[in-house]
Design a protein. Structure first.
Length: 530
């Protein structure tokens, strides 16, 4: 097996993603553009998107990362809009976009058109999360988009399977389709509910951090494979397990949480970078198979489909937002009258991604003994739709939000809430410390007891200091100055330890112990003010 193409993909996409952090354009767009540019460079290997790799091996960890970082309470509070988008919108888009394509392409069977509708129906979890983080959407809109993108893949994959069964002549019916959807969704929830408690028990009872993190890396694959084994939705199972484990992550020991955060950030960064680069690299694959269709016709179909995909989302989002308050007084009293700006952003933030391409490559080559109708054209239209939504909507979303003047996150209010929470925790911690020190079994010298109290006081004051004035000379806030000075003094100690090792006064093992202690102190200083 030649591993060089894989190494080139990971190294190249990581380099582009790292450079994108300093660019004003979101990283997904630069990665796709880089993939498009590189795809025709002589000597570059041909990368074909294999759905048997993407769906079971790449999708689960990306979903797990996004779901574990999501708010279970926030998603529960926004359950209605999330369900309307992740289930209702996907089914509506499958039918509407499929009908448009059926009317557009001569001799295309309706069943094949519905297959395409299911392929392009789900907005992408990775794209939505990446753009939402970058543009600073209001928290409610971010929660809705994240919740939608976590669950809509299950709806789309189920709709795709039903449509393919009808297209290849397996006698699919509406009743059968509903039954398969219920089996996939309810079964996925059931598998997630069965797995989440034992997995959490393992996470809290295995005390070695490396073992726990190895278990953490296996969890999304176990949940996905188990659900798929019983013909349930692996996507739903992964999301259910991740939401539960993320909600109860506080019960896991600190060493595991620190390592787990670093490991999953690295995994998500590498996978997200490779996924978006792979999208761009598919261009030669989809274009080469388009020989039977005229270029002008294919471009015309792509433009119409892109407009239809965008328009259909608007046709669903506004009624789904405005009708519930009109029809139900309780919703109207709780949420008030919805405006038009928030739904507009939700409708415009419907970027498609690698899941659509992976599903498209799953379209069978034959149907009822004949070549699948216009399969190469469907692949091409999927590719252009993904690229079109990522580029057009991804590039215009930040200026759109600025133009609409949507209120962003209220950082001052969030800091005040954090400060109040920290103050309450510190007061109780000080009371507990006094109780412990009153017991003669816990006797400490005065300086050490004072150090414990000083740590609590510093942690309590650090949050309040973020609301203070900036330094008139440097322009730094108080916490920025504290962080910089902490790094300077810790760096001075680190230099001394290295010199002592080089001079032979301490060995490498002792150096690593001392450096780890400094690293933890530096991390603590950063976290107190971050």
């Amino acid at each position: 097996m030649d591993v060089m193409p894989l190494l080139l993909l990971v190294a190249g996409s990581t380099a582009v993603a790292a450079a994108a952090r300093r660019a004003p354009v979101p990283a997904p767009l630069l990665l796709v553009a880089a993939g498009l540019a590189v795809s025709y460079v002589p000597g570059v290997p041909e990368y074909t998107l294999d759905p048997h790799i993407v769906l079971p091996l790449i999708l689960p960890p990306l979903l797990y990362t996004a779901a574990s970082e999501s708010s279970y309470l926030g998603l529960r509070a926004q359950l209605r809009p999330v369900a309307l988008l992740s289930v209702g919108y996907v089914l509506f888009a499958t039918l509407a976009v499929g009908w448009v394509l059926y009317l557009l392409v001569p001799a295309l069977p309706l069943t094949a058109a519905l297959v395409f509708g299911a392929v392009v129906a789900p907005p992408d979890a990775v794209a939505a999360t990446a753009v939402a983080r970058r543009v600073g959407l209001p928290s409610r809109i971010t929660t809705i988009l994240q919740g939608e993108s976590l669950l809509n893949d299950a709806t789309a994959i189920t709709a795709f399977r039903v449509a393919v069964a009808a297209a290849v002549g397996e006698g699919a019916t509406w009743a059968g389709g509903v039954g398969e959807f219920l089996l996939a969704s309810v079964g996925g929830v059931g598998v997630g509910l069965v797995l989440m408690a034992p997995l959490h028990w393992l996470r809290t009872h295995v005390k070695e951090a490396l073992t726990q993190n190895t278990l953490s890396l296996l969890i999304p694959f176990v949940a996905y494979a188990t659900a798929e084994q019983v013909h349930a939705s692996g996507v739903v199972a992964v999301v259910v397990v991740a939401l539960y484990l993320g909600h109860r992550a506080w019960e896991v020991d600190f060493a595991t949480r620190l390592q787990e955060e670093a490991v999953w950030r690295m995994v998500a960064f590498v996978l997200e970078s490779a996924v978006f680069a792979l999208i761009g690299l598919q261009l030669p694959v989809v274009v080469e198979g388009l020989g039977e269709h005229a270029a002008a016709d294919s471009v015309w179909y792509a433009v119409v489909v892109f407009v239809a995909v965008v328009a259909v989302r608007f046709l669903w989002v506004y009624p789904a937002t405005w009708l519930p308050p009109v029809l139900f007084a309780r919703i109207r009293e709780r949420e008030g009258k919805p405006g038009w700006k928030g739904p507009f952003v939700v409708a415009w933030a419907g970027m498609r991604g690698v899941v659509s391409l992976a599903i498209a490559f799953s379209i069978p080559h034959t149907a009822e003994g004949e070549p699948f109708p216009h399969r190469n054209l469907l692949l091409f239209l999927t590719f252009t739709t993904v690229i079109g939504t990522l580029v057009v909507q991804g590039l215009t979303l930040p200026p759109l939000i600025r133009a609409l003047k949507l209120p962003g996150r209220d950082t001052r209010a969030e800091t005040l809430a954090e400060a109040n929470a920290q103050a309450q925790a510190s007061r109780l911690a000080e009371q507990r410390l006094d109780e412990l020190l009153a017991d003669e079994r816990n006797a400490l010298p005065g300086p050490l007891a004072d150090r414990l109290r000083a740590v609590l006081e510093r942690r309590r004051n650090a949050v309040w200091e973020r609301l203070g004035q900036v330094n008139p000379v440097t322009g730094e806030s108080v916490d920025d100055t504290y962080r910089r000075l902490s790094r300077e003094v810790i760096g001075a100690e680190r230099d001394v330890f290295v010199r002592l090792r080089d001079a032979g006064h301490i060995d490498d093992e002792m150096l690593r112990t001392l450096l780890r202690r400094l690293d933890l102190e530096e991390a603590a200083a950063y976290r107190e003010t971050a």
